[in-house]
Design a protein around this ligand. Sequence first.
Ligand SMILES: [Zn+2]
Length: 296
Amino acid sequence: MKNLAKLVVGLVAFAGFVPLCARAQQQAPPLKVTKVKDNVYWMQGGAGSNDGVIVGKNGVIVVDTKTTVDSEKDVIAEIAKITPEKVNAAIITHSDGDHVNGLAAFPAGLTIIAQENCKKEMEASAGSRNPAPQDRLPTKTYAKTDNETIDGVHIRLYHWAPAHTSGDTVVYLPDEKIVFGGDLLVTNRPDTLIHLEKNGSTTGWMENIKGMLGLNADTYLTGHGDMMTKDDVQKKLAFVQEKYDKIKAMVAQGKSRDEIKTSLGEPTAPAPPNANGAPPFPTLTEVIYKEVSKQS
Ligand SMILES: [Zn+2]
């Protein structure tokens, strides 16, 4: 039994290690800098997530960081082309490595703001194969909502419920009518990714999307992919809601997971490993099935 446990731990650790190595070897696409509003820039490409750059009166605020210190240094170099001001604060939308690991590129003393569960997840990653930088943990956390004025920029933070992870933050700039959705918003897949292993939730995701749609915003910046309009976000919500309702109804009828997948036109065979050899994340159908089955 002890050996079996060791084997399982070993396999899990190995599965985490392989994609990390494979990713490090992959060539990251070049940074693409977009000026979204006068004082707001958006940096796609590089290694990891799309990141925001907000230029304030006496400093710069970043929203999320890249996966690696090198890639974040490229972001810092781009910021230097925009303004002589330095980055004083970072807002982190969630704890995934492709959003937080680049924090290590900034000097200690940086103000780092995140939802309280995000900080817990970053702390819990210590000792894992892909730990968040433990000397760059959030210095300020909140539970449900937070109002900040940083370097003259009005910023509101919202956490309506656990969604992509247990500690997601939606960043809203009321003056600029911009929302940073983190990985609650992605256009690189038709649906969305819910990390059940970080206590994410599809119903919580829908709650957050409804919350961000209720904000007076016209630009929705994604964690991965392209920017979205309010209409795009509405369509994504409708897509996920419809899927959720269908699966819930089928579970109530006593249908099995494979029967549900078949009726949704999805393969029942386990998906092959990713190109980097890692097991794929559960599909949204698998996630919803688990969530709904737990309730009934
Ligand atoms: Zn991400």
